[in-house]
Design a protein around this ligand. Structure first.
Ligand code: TF8
Length: 337
């Protein structure tokens, strides 16, 4: 495959029969397969996004065939990132939170209650700050092409309705594999435990954990209502999805191929964001029917925010104090404009 690619790169573009309008650098006549792995299932707006990515790329070139794998069939977020580093997987679109185990600076996005709404998230990620963060993966043998959306996270549990901090007390909460999330839940009085997403459903079913937190689409479309009774709009943190490509594979592509892929990643990301928001509203309505829904009041949100503030202070140095300032200032500037 490496040889074919190398030859392809040298051929300078050779339109294959019947597709003159498409860009192609392939001389073998066979498209290069690019495997995309995501952790959520094929009902999720992230899957709609990868379907869009596939459609966009394959309509522009015959060089690639995009293969989609969902539900962590190939790997969970963390192992998928490792496979990209080794060049044994081409693309994955994980939450930024497990990426912190590779690039600590991504911890900015895990600081609770810092991004106030989707408008701010978009401007932050699509602006200078977001571009700077995309560049940070390079030393890890990764290329980051675009921001997609996982979204605002909300708490579910099987024990009691959560309307205030005191209700969180002692709950065994699964978090992503990320120290900041662990500390935030500890600060709220919970008993958190980190776990890969792929193990979560069984853990809730078996009662190893009482609850978890994820955006409404994931809660609803992963059928958590089967194993969880209560959901609250804690909205405690916004998780971006980041579109990652294996740098080993990327560096063997022509510039033209790279452009097609990166433009498709951005365009499919816009589609994913839009769909994610529509689905989040629909999912919440459905969850209100299948679970008990508790609204956290704005005053109580302020109490939550105050309780986790020490976690931000504790982790600022580890992430990089200057970067944290830059992140918080950028948010303030956008939110105030
Ligand atoms: C989590 C995340 C996941 C995503 C996905 C598996 O709770 O929110 O849903 O990162 O890629 O682990």
């Amino acid at each position: 495959m490496v040889t074919a690619l190398f030859l392809a790169a040298c051929s300078g573009g050779n339109a294959s029969e019947g597709s003159e309008e498409k860009v192609t650098a392939s001389t073998s006549g066979k498209p290069q397969i690019l495997r995309v792995s995501i952790g959520v299932n094929d009902q999720h707006p992230e899957y709609e996004g990868v379907e869009k990515f596939k459609e966009l790329v394959e309509s522009k070139t015959d060089d690639f065939e995009i293969e989609l794998y969902h539900s962590g069939q190939l790997a969970d977020d963390r192992s998928a990132i490792e496979m990209l580093q080794l060049g044994s997987l081409d693309i994955t679109i994980p939450s930024t939170s497990p990426l912190v185990n590779f690039v600590k600076e991504f911890g900015v996005f895990d600081l609770p209650f810092t991004i106030p709404n989707e408008k701010v998230a978009d401007e932050l990620l699509d602006g200078k700050f977001g571009d700077k963060m995309l560049d940070m993966v390079e030393g890890q043998n990764l290329v980051a092409l675009a921001w997609w959306e996982n979204g605002f996270r909300n708490l579910t549990n099987d024990i009691r309705p959560v309307a205030k901090i005191e209700d969180v007390d002692g709950l065994k909460i699964r978090t992503m594999e990320n120290e900041i999330h662990l500390d935030a839940w500890k600060a709220l009085g919970a008993n958190p435990t980190p776990m890969a997403f792929t193990e979560l459903f069984t853990a809730m079913q078996q009662g190893t954990v009482d609850g978890q937190e994820n955006p409404f689409p994931t809660i609803e479309l992963s059928q958590y209502a089967e194993v969880q009774k209560h959901v609250s709009n804690t909205n405690h943190v916004y998780t971006p999805f980041i579109f990652l490509f294996s740098k080993t594979i990327w560096d063997k592509l022509t510039e033209e191929q790279q452009t097609i892929l990166s433009e498709a990643a951005v365009e499919a990301g816009e589609f994913n964001r839009q769909r994610n928001r529509e689905v989040a509203d629909e999912s919440l309505e459905k969850l209100k029917k299948s679970m008990s829904y508790t609204e956290v009041t704005p005053e109580e949100h302020k109490r939550f925010q105050k309780a986790v503030k020490p976690v931000i202070d504790k982790h600022a140095d580890g992430i990089g104090a200057e970067l944290v300032d830059e992140y918080l200032n950028a948010i303030e500037e956008i939110a105030g404009s």
